[in-house]
Design a binder for this molecule. Structure first.
Ligand SMILES: [Zn+2]
Length: 938
């Protein structure tokens, strides 16, 4: 009776589908996690474990997520999940930055569309609209982050606009007020006349802009050099509107200057024959050309020592600008362009300000908040600094102040929000001093004690802190936490009284920062002070102060968290943003950084390395990738990238991640299929296992050590690469391949098959949890397929410590030799298959020629099994002339003959013991099948 032999082969069986269908499957898994109260349950299971706090840098709540957000949050999630997997209590509380100009700007845009004037809307009403806008986007982004598989306390995130947060931010400002490092100063700040506010460095973009340029005449008033009597010093500037604010000029001590007589001029020139002018020799030709001077004579050297005691008149002297203009040495003056002499308006430039202060030069206020020149300025009152630039130049020319004029296109600062050009404007602002209480030194020391990944971040942030000016924290806007300070009108001194601050904090806690605007000042000042004697500050605090204080309102004094954080992680642009402001805030109030380590990642570019933009049409959105491929593909992309550098993404790159994914999924699927029906009764002791199976256990210990080390160094790329290599090379292409025959055909009760299934069980129980932090959805799907339980998750487990008796270094070395030899054999058989000599490796009988060390490595092993042939020979000898040699070792070679015998119809091995009957079987298969027959008969 012919048996259906196919029925007797133990083919793998599993419900885990080959096709992932992630876009549909992932939301089902999210729903399951939701039902089991995933995050609370995980926290409960880690209670009492060492904490790991990755403090979330708050994204801004004003739009859908882009691919950069996805990178950022997935990377954070990888870290949190790996830390949780090795046993830590990783309490991740996501947060949002809710105050600030971009949201105000959106609301104002809506007003403009409705033809509403913002200045007529009560401030509390305006703030409420901003609050609603931020709330909406917090909800949208929260959904989108969760869809990426990011785990955390989404039910209770932190918001900078929460009343409790606003109260803490006010309390933190109070600390700087009380210790004396908060002061009101007058300084030029980058100012947007459109938004009517000072901007931070991070809010500025540079674009090309064409400006009117002028060469202006400064008559010499007095000088120790007699030849300068009646001469004019010439300066060049790209900002004619700063001329009313001029209070000095600067020269370079290394530059050679000369006195020039104008002999002839072009027709339309502003220069006159007989003019006697001073400028740098290097620039004489370019000045002559630009100002239409057709002939001039150099009459004298003008030594720089002379300048020190030379006093100039303003170009508009006698017309309302009659102050003296000193000449000051400055090492930043060059002869790259201009005249080698620089005009100094201390209210309109950082360098000008510093130079002016150092020499006791006054800092006038000349430009109002709306960017117009102030009323006290003769000839220019009411003119717009930027728009009326040519008109201002016209006026200067008309008044005889100019030698020449022109235009220049240069890189110019603009508001990143309104794209309006900015000006440096001298305004009263609130500053935190870098020096008065040693903030700079404290911050630099804190940086030296912080670990940076990658290390270059340390020097980057250090040089920024070392060179930065005082921290300007005031903004003349409405949507934010007010600087809760009262200034004594008579003395100009801020009121420093902790009781007042405490009343403010208490009010904010209950009613939010709106209380500052909605309450009479008496509420905060109490009975002790006369409100009429105090000015209530209405500036709000820079949003970087808000986010710089998140450590104070989320981490500190919170039993669920810890302070300082183990890690801050953001894009490398946050060296000047969040890492920076958090460091200053914490060092100024607590004397150290709020973090032990800082990790930075790069930016996301397209496949060609270009920035993504709507106009290039190369934008990849996380929403699209999820719809097309699933979040696990994006997660692989992050884990598989060098995230310290900029990352690229596009169709081809995503396809590569899909390929990686497929191999990992197939590994899960193969294990699940092979383990069908596996029970503990089948388990076998390590000591009783064949060498190959013990080698796999040894490999598990090696992979375990490698990935734990990589996690300690936050090298998740290494984690992914090691696991992918293990699945692909060690399992699929080697162990699974060799053990296929055992698994499909061997007696289920045999030591070989039991050992193989025991090992596969161990592999599954290691591999799925190892990959779970990366493939958070697919690992859960595989886990639930094997251990279905709606109350359990693969993510709840802590990675086990692998048994010490799995480690066997000698076995590792031995199998390295065997695998090297096997490569030569499979290469030779592959050649025959390509040539059509054999169809399957089971038709081949290879003979391996190798030195003793290699042949001995095969001691006790069935070489044919390892080569996946029906038979094989090993010879300790030099390979014959017709052998195929190992690529880098001529002492190892292979010849291949055809296997002798007939094909077993069950296992397809060709063996001498098999006859040529239609359903002939080898001895092993015959035994297995008859045992099955007996079992069926029983
Ligand atoms: Zn057989």
């Amino acid at each position: 009776m012919a048996k259906d032999l196919k029925q007797t082969v133990f083919l793998p069986k599993t419900d885990f589908p080959m096709r992932a269908g992630l876009p549909k499957k992932e939301p089902e898994i999210l729903a399951m996690w939701n039902d089991m109260g995933f995050f609370d349950e995980l926290r409960a299971r880690r209670q009492g474990h060492e904490k790991f706090i990755l403090h979330d840098g708050p994204p801004y709540a004003n739009g859908n997520l882009h691919i950069g957000h996805a990178l950022n949050k997935i990377l954070k999630d990888l870290i949190n999940r790996f830390q949780s997997a090795i046993g830590k209590d990783a309490n991740y509380v996501p947060g949002w930055d809710c105050h600030g100009l971009p949201i105000e700007w959106k609301i104002e845009e809506q007003y403009r569309k409705k033809k509403r004037n913002k200045d007529e809307v009560p401030i509390v009403e305006f703030r409420n609209e901003c609050r609603d806008f931020a709330s909406h986007w917090v909800d949208v982004q929260s959904e989108e982050f969760q869809r990426l598989g990011v785990m955390g306390n989404w039910a209770d995130p932190y918001l900078t606009m929460a009343y409790s947060s606003e109260a803490v931010i006010a309390r933190e400002i109070g600390k700087f007020l009380m210790n004396g490092s908060l002061f009101r100063g007058s300084k030029p700040v980058m100012w947007s006349a459109v938004e009517k506010t000072a901007l931070a460095e991070a809010e500025i973009e540079y674009f090309d802009r064409t400006s009117t340029t002028i060469y202006a005449r400064f008559p010499v008033k007095s000088s120790p050099m007699a030849e300068l009597d009646g001469a004019q010093i010439i300066i060049w500037t790209t900002t004619p509107w700063t001329m009313p604010g001029n209070r000095a000029t600067a020269y370079g001590e290394e530059i050679n200057y000369g006195l020039y007589h104008v002999d002839a001029v072009a027709e339309d020139s502003l220069a006159k024959v007989g003019d006697r002018l001073v400028f740098a020799d290097d620039l004489a030709d370019s000045i002559a050309e630009a100002c239409g001077i057709s002939a001039m004579t150099r009459s004298n050297d003008v030594p720089v020592e002379v300048f020190k005691d030379t006093i100039l008149k303003h170009p508009l002297n006698g017309q309302g600008y009659d102050h003296d203009v000193p000449m000051l040495p400055a090492d930043y003056v060059t002869t790259d362009q201009g005249t080698g002499i620089v005009h100094i308006a201390p209210g309109h430039g950082a360098e000008d300000y510093v130079l002016g202060i150092a020499h006791g030069v006054p800092v006038p206020e000349t430009v109002a908040a709306d960017g117009r020149l102030m009323d006290h300025l003769p000839h220019f009152a009411g003119m717009s600094a930027l728009k009326d630039n040519p008109a201002i130049a016209d006026k200067l020319a008309e008044l005889g102040a100019l030698l020449g004029r022109g235009q220049v296109t240069h890189s110019y600062p603009h508001s990143w929000r309104s794209h309006a050009p900015l000006i440096f404007r001298n305004t009263p602002q609130w500053f935190i001093s870098m020096e008065s209480h040693g903030l700079r030194d404290t911050a630099l020391k804190a940086l030296s004690e912080t670990v940076f990944y990658p290390p270059v971040g340390q020097s980057r942030l250090t040089s920024m802190i070392a060179g930065r000016p005082d921290w300007c924290i005031s903004r003349q806007r409405a949507w934010g936490v007010p600087i809760p300070v009262f200034v004594h009108k008579a003395s100009g001194e801020p009121l420093r009284d902790q009781a007042v601050i405490d009343r403010v904090v208490e009010a904010f806690e209950k009613e939010g920062a709106d209380a500052w605007f909605a309450s009479p000042p008496e509420r905060f000042l109490g009975d002790q002070y006369d409100a009429s004697e105090y000015e209530q500050v209405t500036d709000i605090v820079d949003v970087w102060f808000d986010s710089g204080s998140t450590h104070a309102f989320l981490l500190e004094g919170n039993n669920d968290m810890s302070w300082p954080a183990d890690m801050y992680l953001e894009g490398s642009d946050q060296h000047r943003g969040w890492f920076h402001s958090s460091l200053l805030e914490s060092c100024g109030t607590r004397g150290r950084a709020p973090y032990d380590s800082v990790l930075t990642h790069g930016f996301v570019l397209d496949e060609q390395g270009r920035k993504m933009s709507k106009s290039l049409g190369n934008t990849v959105t996380p929403q699209d990738v999820i719809k097309e491929n699933g979040a696990d593909i994006l997660r692989i992309w992050v884990a598989n990238s060098d995230y310290y550098d900029d990352l690229r993404i596009g169709k081809e790159i995503l396809q590569r991640q899909v390929d990686h994914y497929r191999r990992l999924r197939n590994t899960f699927r193969y294990l699940l299929g092979a383990l069908d029906g596996f029970s503990d009764d089948e388990r076998i002791a390590v000591a009783d296992m064949p060498s190959l199976d013990r080698w796999v256990l040894h490999r598990l210990t090696e992979v375990d050590a490698t990935i734990r080390k990589a996690i300690a160094g936050h090298d998740y790329h290494q984690v992914f690469t090691s696991l992918h290599h293990f699945c692909n090379s060690d399992l699929s292409a080697f162990y699974f391949d060799i053990r296929k025959d055992t698994l499909y055909c061997a007696d289920p009760a045999s030591v070989e098959r039991r050992a193989c299934r025991t090992v596969m069980d161990e592999v599954f129980n290691c591999l799925v949890p190892w990959l779970a932090p990366i493939l958070c959805f697919t690992a859960e799907e595989a886990w639930q397929t094997r251990y279905p339980n709606p109350k359990e998750s693969v993510h709840f487990g802590v990675w086990r410590d692998l048994p010490a008796d799995w480690v066997d270094e000698n076995l590792g070395l031995r199998w390295m030799r065997v695998r090297d030899a096997r490569l030569v054999v499979t290469g030779a058989i592959e050649k025959l298959r390509a040539d059509g000599v054999v169809k399957s490796s089971l038709q081949a009988h290879p003979t391996l020629y190798a030195p003793a060390a290699v042949i001995e490595a095969f001691d006790g092993l069935d070489a044919a099994d390892i080569f996946i042939t029906s038979s094989a020979s090993l010879k300790q000898a030099t390979p014959p002339a017709d052998a195929r040699l190992a690529e880098d070792d001529e002492t190892i070679g292979v010849t291949v003959a055809l296997a002798e015998g007939h094909k077993c119809q069950r296992c397809w091995k060709i063996l001498p013991e098999v006859d040529d009957a239609e359903d002939a079987m080898c001895q092993r298969c015959d035994d297995v099948v008859s045992t099955m027959g007996d079992a069926a008969a029983e």
